[in-house]
Design a binder for this molecule. Sequence first.
Ligand code: ADP
Ligand code: 5GP
Length: 195
Amino acid sequence: MSVDSVEKKGKLVVFSAPSGTGKSTVARMVRERIGGLGFSVSATTRAMRPGERDGVDYHFLDRETFEKKISEGGFIEHEFFFGNCYGTLLDKTMEAVDSGRHLLLDLDVKGALNLKRIFGDRALLVFLKPPSMEVLASRLEGRSSEGPEALKVRLERASMELSQADRFDFVVVNDHLGETVDVVAAKITQFLSQS
Ligand code: ADP
Ligand code: 5GP
């Protein structure tokens, strides 16, 4: 691979956070501010939430289709949690990276660390922390997207995810939304401007 082709390659910005911290909200606002940062649409077997669109928020697949894709090597990484499968599509991601487009990915901590192993310094891992577990619980409840049991499972997983924060390149407490977007956007702009 020539130096030219390395320079032309796109970079990956990966967001992780315990569910309910505000990752999707911050990601959307950061993308509105930084032009040319596409969103990597993952595949999932979970049910669509009100307001979500197939092919925009996720590619919503049934279990059989998801498993067939695994066996065909269709994912860069995939994980099972919350009773569902989530995965990053290999072809879409490599298509973007090979043509020099930058992508923002929203992944759980294991998926994020796997991508870092593959892409090294071409990937920036951003971890968002909630101000406290109480605030996290109230944001999840406020979103009203999960029933009490699913909500409990998401909160239980949060401690494991928080314990991995120091393995990320950049960690921010998402307290005041405007400030979070300011510091995260500045960090990403700096990352994307480096060769
Ligand atoms: P995630 O993608 O991490 O699961 P969401 O982006 O869906 O989380 O955010 C969960 C809820 O918290 C949403 O209702 C969102 O509007 C709210 N939220 C996000 N960031 C903040 C913040 N800094 N302060 C208060 N509420 C927030
Ligand atoms: P949600 O069901 O709230 O949309 O997402 C649950 C979790 O799945 C979030 O932590 C999100 O970052 C993660 N996630 C979404 N897509 C992927 C993916 O392709 N791979 C991995 N490993 N995690 C994902």
